[in-house]
Design a protein around this ligand. Structure first.
Ligand SMILES: Nc1ncnc2c1ncn2[C@@H]1O[C@H](COP(=O)(O)OP(=O)(O)OP(=O)(O)O)[C@@H](O)[C@H]1O
Ligand SMILES: [Mg+2]
Length: 478
């Protein structure tokens, strides 16, 4: 167990000696080290030197009194607790001491048993607070990482870099193709930084016209342009003490690039139309799916700005280079989507899994999530097969549709009927069972669809989707 450091502040040497002696042998639940000071100035020096957990101070002393010491100490050393000892009966002083942030007060002559009890409780509370803080930090770490699937060596390397850069205040540039998880990684940089309790604000720099983006970022003063009817703080000020995530930074105009560079260099923002700069303490994380080096070469992006934001770069590899992540993401995402629609997660057939693994995923994790969501929602059985996956995935491998027709000894009309039934079920599910729309999607007249439903025995109740059938199996839903 760690040693607590107590500081006794008392101008009367005899009383000080008695108190210090008592505390050194008191039962406080943990080992203590007792320091002493005969006046407020010496106490302040001891506090500034660091390491003190709690101060026991007299009120009336030559020079600054104990109440001044409390006020100063609570501001300068907010983690230190103060116990004030007042002369008997001076309720006003006790009240004032508490108002100034003292943790506790005792009256003179000091009841030593009571002092022992109160200090023991105070130290125990401090231990709990420290413990909670430590657990919270670990929790942040785990929750932060838990949201990100990182089974592949590529993603492990990304997390390794993030772990190193997060605690610094350096600007981080996250690069990667669309949908690779740039935003998720930026959130992790914030979550693992000492700013994690501060704000994390995000702006998509590609979504706003130049003038709006400027006033969003830097704020503006009243009257600086038509419609600016009052002063407005920009995101830099709103993110004070936290992190500002500049998404799609490659899209910002040359004028905004200049302003941004100045803010990064000087750590001050000047609102649009304003003369007075304000100091800001904000950590910048930027993201882009562009090749900024190429943009620099072609004069679209300032080299000095790139230098500044690119000091620490985190490059996320495309999903097609992270097969382990695909395999890990599939069950997680399927379970999530199944939960959100309230069905048991369907199984994934071998052919579907192979197809998912071999696809190039130009839209990366976002595309994979979309495909799985759609398949879970549209699944007509409790298994997702390659045929349940979007045609765009299958296009690359015509074998999927052919496999259905291949080598199982069925006649061509039987095979066609099977494929036709699947297509009809899927179209109906996709259009909420509305036949007119399903027919349109299938490119056949509604009359023909009705006829086929009848001949295949797919009447309304049966085609309303396995979703409802599965639900009616659940207890209590009948
Ligand atoms: N490693 C991962 N583990 C779990 N989910 C992920 C992972 N990577 C991305 N995702 C999910 O994929 C989706 C896209 O991720 P994100 O928005 O972070 O990508 P992005 O790189 O910012 O995309 P864009 O360039 O289109 O803005 C999100 O729903 C995100 O939660
Ligand atoms: Mg993004």
């Amino acid at each position: 167990m760690s040693t607590a450091v107590l500081l006794v502040v008392e101008d009367d040497p005899a009383q000080r000696e008695q108190l210090v002696g008592f505390l050194r042998s008191a039962e406080l639940g943990q080992p203590v080290l007792v320091r002493e000071a005969g006046e407020a100035a010496a106490a302040r020096a001891a506090l500034d030197a660091g390491g003190v957990d709690a101060v026991i101070t007299d009120v009336r002393m030559p020079g600054d009194d104990g109440l001044d010491l409390v006020r100063w100490g609570r501001e300068r050393h907010p983690l230190v607790d103060f116990v004030v000892v007042t002369a008997y009966g001076s309720v006003e002083i006790a009240v004032e001491a508490m108002r100034r942030g003292a943790h506790d007060f005792l009256t003179k002559p000091i009841d030593l048993d009571l002092l022992e009890q109160r200090l023991a409780r105070l130290l125990e509370k401090r231990r709990l607070v420290t413990e909670v803080r430590r657990l919270q930090e670990r929790l942040h770490e785990r929750v932060g990482a838990a949201g990100i699937v990182a089974e592949s060596p590529g993603m492990q390397a990304v997390l390794g870099v993030v772990r190193k850069v997060a605690p610094t205040d350096a600007t981080v540039l996250v690069t990667g193709e669309s949908g690779t998880g740039k935003e998720l990684v930026s959130e992790l940089v914030h979550a693992w930084s000492r700013r994690h309790d501060g704000p994390l604000l995000r702006i998509n720099c590609g979504a706003l016209p130049e003038s709006l983006l400027e006033s969003e970022l830097f704020g503006h003063v009243r009257g600086s342009f038509t419609g600016a009817d009052r002063d407005r703080e920009g995101l830099f000020q709103q993110a004070e003490g936290g992190t500002l995530f500049l998404d799609e930074i490659g899209e910002i105009s040359p004028a905004v690039q200049v302003r941004l560079l100045r803010v990064l260099q000087e750590k001050e923002v000047r609102p649009v139309g304003g003369a007075q700069p304000t100091r800001v303490d904000v950590r910048i994380v930027a993201a882009t799916n562009r090749d900024l080096e190429a943009d620099v070469a072609e004069g679209r992006f300032r080299q000095d700005l790139l230098f500044r934001i690119n000091a620490l770069a985190v490059g996320i590899p495309p999903l097609r280079e992270r097969r382990e992540d695909i395999t890990a993401l599939i069950p997680i995402l399927m379970r999530r989507f199944a939960e959100s629609v309230g069905v048991p997660p369907p199984r994934l057939a071998r052919d579907a899994h192979d197809l998912l693994l071999s696809h190039a995923w130009p839209g990366n994790v976002r595309e994979l999530a979309n495909v799985l969501e759609r398949s879970v929602i549209l699944a007509t059985g409790d298994e997702i097969t390659a045929l349940d996956l979007p045609p765009s995935l299958r296009a690359a491998t015509p074998s999927a549709a052919l496999a259905e027709a291949d080598g199982d000894g069925r006649s061509l009309p039987e095979i066609v009927a099977t494929i036709e039934q699947r297509a009809i079920r899927r179209a109906l599910a996709e259009h909420g069972g509305v036949k007119a729309r399903a027919a349109r999607a299938l490119g056949i007249p509604e009359r023909v669809l009705r006829y086929k439903l009848k001949t295949y025995g797919l009447d309304a109740t049966k085609t309303s989707g396995s979703r409802r059938e599965r639900r009616s199996d659940e207890p209590g839903s009948a």
